[in-house]
Design a protein. Structure first.
Length: 291
């Protein structure tokens, strides 16, 4: 049986179709659903329209693949938005299933299940899922969601491109403060979702060649320092022209890199191993296990 899992995130819409033995396909569309939510408390008309175009495509993909079970989960932006139920009405009509609003802790748990299912790294492991509105840090026994992400950090303190030193300092201070109480045993850090995979692709300094090109890639602190310095010196238009980067991530990838830097500092690690197995995979595994 094939299952379809949709992740309605702050910055991107994602779909996984799998039968458990092999993937039928994995899709991602950067739509910026959560742009401005931190300030306004509502999903914007533009964000909804762009996201609905992606969700309609996802619904058609699931229909065409003969998906037997489907589920959609909504995360940080939807948790913060006063008009989420109106958006969920539209999403249900496109996907054939109503989105399920999940907590940050549930998001963290699913990320760990998905990321570690095939991991061959020494424990204890920590999985970092950097989204647009929140970042999850999770171990085998606990998971915490922090209200910081690539979009939220960008909108709060680093709106300028190039980014002046004062904005970079403010961003680093804010991110460090959010993670100040982190105290987790860790031997290996696994980074999942769009920020980490984008950093891995850019770290290889080559055009994007699909997920196989970033799976298992190691992003070091030195990589992040160099990438942050580069991205901070560029306009959004110049950033969008980087061959390894989805152009739609250009406005917020500097913010994502700064969150990644703060995660490494809080955990006291020198590197992160990138995986594209994450919340989608964790939820798909649970869906396939249902009787």
């Amino acid at each position: 049986m094939k299952v379809g899992v949709v992740d309605i995130g702050t910055n991107s819409m994602r779909l996984l179709i799998t039968d458990g033995a092999a993937e039928v396909g994995r899709w991602v569309e950067v739509t910026g659903l959560g742009r401005g939510v931190d300030r306004t408390g509502i999903l914007s008309t533009a964000g909804i329209e762009d996201s609905m175009a992606a969700l309609r495509r996802f619904g058609a993909e699931m229909d065409g693949a003969g998906v037997g079970r489907r589920v959609a989960m909504a995360t940080s932006a939807s948790r913060d938005a006063a008009n989420r139920e109106e958006f969920f009405d539209l999403a249900e009509s496109a996907l054939g299933v109503r989105p399920r609003l999940i907590t940050g802790e549930e998001e963290a748990r699913l990320a760990f299940v998905g990321a570690t299912a095939e991991a061959r790294l020494p424990g204890p492991l920590v999985v970092s899922d950097i989204g647009g509105g929140s970042t999850e840090l999770v171990t085998s026994g606990s998971g915490t969601s922090y209200l910081i992400g690539s979009v939220r950090l960008t909108e709060r303190v680093i709106p300028s491109r190039p980014a002046p030193p004062a904005e970079l300092s403010a961003a680093r201070a804010l991110a460090a403060g959010v993670f100040a109480e982190v105290d987790l045993p860790v031997r290996a850090l696994i980074g999942v979702a769009g920020t980490w995979t984008s950093l891995a692709a850019m770290g290889q300094d080559q055009p994007w060649h699909g997920r196989e090109s970033v799976l298992g890639y190691t992003v070091t602190k030195a990589d992040l320092t160099s990438l942050i310095e580069l991205l901070a010196s560029m306009t959004v238009e110049d950033t969008a022209a980087i061959p390894a980067l989805d152009p739609k991530r250009a406005p917020v990838i500097l913010g994502g890199a700064l969150v990644a830097e703060a995660v490494m500092a809080a955990l006291g690690v020198e590197e992160a191993t990138v995986s594209e197995h994450d919340t989608l995979d964790g939820l798909a595994m649970e869906l396939l296990a249902l009787p």
